[in-house]
Design a protein around this ligand. Structure first.
Ligand code: FES
Length: 172
């Protein structure tokens, strides 16, 4: 049984209608977004559903999922701090920056802080190579770039977001 299709028949029909009948593979990205929408990550059992709908292999879908930083394979925090550690950024100290930031936050790369707010990930090139260390912040429906970072600057961003979450909790 295709659970994704059963849950979102109309939306999936609408997505597929954007592509020629013999090009359903083109629908893989919007289908992954649909699968991710509710829980904030793509549950592994939906890969077979998407494979069935698009006619492409689960392995190919897993490759797409792993390639794009906007898709998440595991549950994560409210915010994703995605630090580029590709070679040009590594040459500008991004690996040390990532390691120190993780230490300060009490997590390992890929983990989420104890308050559930921040998942820290190492990612590939984000096209800001000359401004490393840099990270992309995903959360609250936005993506923002933070460039020329130091651990101190990033911790200040994190504290501001923690404060925002506290205020929201206090205001109910
Ligand atoms: S290598 Fe890091 S942004 Fe390009």
């Amino acid at each position: 049984m295709n659970k994704l299709l059963k849950k979102y028949p109309n939306e999936i029909e609408k997505i597929l209608s954007r592509y020629p009948a013999d090009q359903t593979r083109s629908a893989v990205m919007p289908l992954l977004f649909l699968a991710q929408r509710e829980e904030g990550f793509v549950p592994s059992d939906t890969l077979a559903d998407i494979a069935e709908i698009t006619g492409i292999s689960e392995t190919d879908i897993t490759s797409v999922l792993g390639f794009y930083t906007l898709f998440h394979e595991q549950p994560g925090g409210r915010y994703y701090i995605q630090i580029c550690t590709d070679l040009p950024c590594a040459l500008r100290g991004s690996e040390e920056y990532l390691e120190t930031l993780c230490q300060k936050l009490g997590v390992k790369e890929g983990e989420t802080t104890a308050d559930g707010l921040f998942t820290v990930e190492a990612v590939k090139c984000l096209a800001a190579c000359h401004r490393a260390p840099m990270f992309q912040l995903q959360g609250d429906g936005e993506i923002k770039y933070y460039e020329d970072q130091s651990v101190e600057k990033t911790l200040a961003v994190i504290e501001a977001l923690r404060e925002k979450a506290k205020q929201e909790a206090a205001n109910g």
